[in-house]
Write a new protein. Structure first.
Length: 397
């Protein structure tokens, strides 16, 4: 019956983890998987989350189904966080928001909606982007293409090519954007560049899809949302997927949301109904535990402040690792400019290493990063960073 089923060899990054796990070298370092580890190399449980979980355990609530689109408080908290609680779009109710199975689930719900209601729309993603972006939209039936982004010669953005490319796209097409902490490069547009990009998108009648997985890990909770809030102020209608995997360390709870900014409250109600229909046909309703944690944390002023502090501690530790790596490499290879490493933001970095140099790191030093040179900076800590920096310097010579 299943003899003609094709074999799936697995995700390359997950395959990298398997190699890491089998490596007997006591000095081995995993910088491939996109998960934040603390300075002890552990996946943290935030103190604010511990408090909420303790409270939930004491209440011993029954495990009932959640509404199809998630808890009302959860959805409102997502809107407040993304757009600001006092924003006109939030106050007027013209944003349709639904809970989802992580950021990936939000992307897939949005992809299904786009393919059904805008079947001729093509989706354009940055080159490079998170690999699963392409798979998610293609699996929903969308045609996916790439727009220029990373410049390997400057370790920056091909901003002129990007703007020219967008200026020649037909109206109604979808442009997937990373509002902050671009995955996989860690390179974000400046405020002025965002203004230029969004002005072109408005002029061309394009539809942004903002994938926002790292709020708070770039500059701060508000500044990281600049592109999203600017797009609303420009009068654009667009999609936003967000996730609490990284900034609340709730990876396995699959806590995300999709928001669709609409021109009117009436249209938002129509969109909300269709998002609920998609979810009903996929998985009926979201998991409850993570929804309750986010709902309580973000809607309690004291817990929110504690969470904000813990998010910034994560951000600052990642920054410190970037700077340390930059300093060691600059000292060992003074003829090269490693400024790009300290300028990048978020959990990931395009190191500039070739696939051959990546292979040397793995074979000679048991340091595991993705073949294209993407490194998860959050996997560095005070015990392994000098070893990693010295190894990188050796393969870059």
């Amino acid at each position: 019956m299943f003899q003609n089923v094709e074999y799936y060899p697995g995700d390359p990054i997950l395959g990298l983890i398997e190699k890491y796990n089998e490596d007997p070298n006591p000095k081995k370092v995993n910088l491939g998987v996109g998960v934040y580890y603390d300075n002890e190399g552990h996946l943290p449980i935030l103190d604010c989350v511990k408090k909420v979980e303790k409270e939930l355990a004491e209440k011993n609530l029954p495990h009932n189904y959640l509404p199809i689109d998630g808890l009302t408080g959860y959805r409102q908290a997502c809107q407040n966080l993304l757009f600001g609680p006092n924003h006109e779009a939030v106050q007027s109710g013209r944003i349709a928001t639904t809970a989802s199975l992580g950021g990936s689930g939000a992307l897939r719900i949005g992809a299904e909606f786009i393919h059904h209601w805008f079947p001729d729309a093509k989706v354009f993603v940055s080159n490079p982007t998170w690999a699963n972006h392409i798979g998610i939209f293609e699996s929903a039936g969308c045609e996916v293409n790439k727009y220029p982004y990373y410049d390997s010669n400057t370790n920056g953005i091909k901003i002129a090519e990007l703007k020219n490319f967008l200026s020649n796209l037909e109206a109604g097409n979808i442009v997937l954007l990373h509002p902050c902490c671009h995955n996989p490069t860690g390179i974000d547009p400046t405020v002025q560049q965002w203004d230029d990009i969004l002005a072109i998108i408005k002029q061309q009648g394009l539809i942004p899809f903002m994938d926002f997985a790292y709020q708070g890990l770039g500059e701060n909770l508000d500044q990281d949302a600049y592109a999203i809030r600017k797009a609303v102020d420009l009068g654009l209608s667009f999609f936003v997927s967000n996730s609490f995997s990284k900034n609340m360390s709730l990876y396995g709870e699959r806590v995300g949301a999709l928001s669709v900014i609409c021109p009117t409250t009436e249209e938002a109600k129509l969109v909300q109904s269709q998002l609920k229909l998609i979810i009903r046909r996929f998985y009926s309703s979201p998991p409850g535990h993570g929804n309750y944690i986010v709902d309580k944390t973000l809607n309690d002023p004291i817990l929110f402040k504690q969470w904000e502090k813990e998010v910034y501690e994560i951000r600052d530790r990642i920054r410190a690792m970037r700077i340390h790596l930059h300093d060691v490499l600059q000292e060992k290879l003074p003829d090269r400019d490693f400024t790009y490493l300290s300028a990048q933001r978020g959990m990931f970095s395009f190191t500039g290493l070739s696939s051959e140099q990546v292979a040397r790191l793995q074979c000679e030093y048991s340091i595991y990063i993705v073949e294209n040179g993407r490194m998860c900076v959050a996997g560095l800590n005070s015990r392994n960073i000098d070893y990693v920096a010295q190894a990188m310097a050796e393969v870059l010579k």
